[in-house]
Write a protein that binds this ligand. Structure first.
Ligand code: ATP
Ligand code: MG
Length: 140
């Protein structure tokens, strides 16, 4: 087990419904430490770049439009096996398939408006963190 960092976004459907604190409480209860956090409004360019792996998917346009519709909270989370732990607390992409007590089961509205993003590997976490934070902005 090693201490890892992962990148998280509290998505527009959640910030709009004032769920930032409730979602952060689930992260902290699971043992994840919020070591950097900022509320921003993603630009079209930032959202397109962030989700460019999905550029060929039919939902890409809708996803970019959603992610730029309201503010988001970008975060760096730290903890033991943080990437996998965070994904576990988030729950399945589709809230209908998410386990009880997960963020998506409790808060997500649909497969698209699913309240949170989490990196899917340590390698992608490092890439995603660097898109939004400099090292001196992360205080572990
Ligand atoms: P994320 O990358 O946001 O953490 P994920 O890794 O669980 O989510 P991905 O397959 O990477 O899921 O999809 C990225 C995002 O695209 C999803 O979180 C969701 O917001 C949106 N998305 C995925 N599949 C669909 C779909 N079938 N219809 C609409 N939106 C979708
Ligand atoms: Mg993903």
């Amino acid at each position: 087990m090693t201490v890892q960092r992962t990148f998280s976004i509290i998505k527009p459907d959640a910030t709009k419904r004032n769920l930032t604190g409730a979602i952060n409480a689930k992260f902290e209860e699971a043992g994840l430490r919020i070591v950097a956090q900022r509320r921003i409004h993603l630009s079209d360019e930032q959202a397109k770049k962030f989700y460019e792996v999905h550029a060929e998917r039919p939902f890409y346009g809708e996803l970019v439009e959603f992610m730029t519709s309201e503010p988001v909270v970008v975060q760096v989370l730290e903890g033991e096996d943080a990437v996998a732990l965070h994904r576990k607390v988030m729950g399945a992409t589709n809230p209908a398939e998410a386990d009880a007590g997960t963020v998506r089961k409790d808060f997500a509205l649909s497969i698209g408006e699913n309240s949170v993003h989490g990196s899917d590997s340590a390698e992608n976490a490092a890439i995603e963190i660097a898109q939004f934070f400099t090292e001196d902005q992360i205080v572990g």
